[in-house]
Write a protein that binds this ligand. Sequence first.
Ligand code: FES
Ligand code: FES
Length: 208
Amino acid sequence: MSEQADPAGIRPSRRTVLKAGGTTAGVLAAGGLPAVAAPAAAESTVDSIEPGSTVDITLTVNGQRHRVAVEPRVTLLDALRERLGLTGTKKGCDRGECGACTVLADGQRIKSCLTLAVMRQGQRISTVEGLAADGELHPVQAAFIRRDAFQCGFCTPGQLMSAVAAIEEGHTGSDAEIREWMSGNLCRCSCYPNIVAAVRDAAREVRG
Ligand code: FES
Ligand code: FES
């Protein structure tokens, strides 16, 4: 096959490429460096935080404002459980897979093990401790008891918060839809049929 250059002189031949590569390698071997653009002057600075130091943040949980000092790396889950003593929210996998840590942030369900507490300032956080009001269980809580929708109960706070959100979102039109929209919450005791029945009952009560 010919190694001649493109007649128009646009495309280099294999030989010219190899020659160019050899020249570059030679320059580098001789200690020379190809010219590079000087780095741009730093345009901004980043404040650093000493390891172990804390920041003061305000979290609004179940309608109450709490001022807490946390390391910036602390998850919302750990802030709730270990700083605020709200241990109703459970830690299962601690990596976003089981849904045991589900809480609501401005009405949206989130996995609190996957978000940092410092990112949730200014939002309304709802946990299982805030569901009952005036000594009355929330309809979802009552339905879980009536339908026997838990055994060990470890997943239950997360299931309850997800169920409240699913009902609010209108994702409870059928058992299949309930299963789909509750699928981020796992139950090791496998109470799924009773959970679906409880969510169905509560949805009827809440949405009419
Ligand atoms: S503990 Fe957060 S999803 Fe499992
Ligand atoms: S009731 Fe035990 S994990 Fe769900």
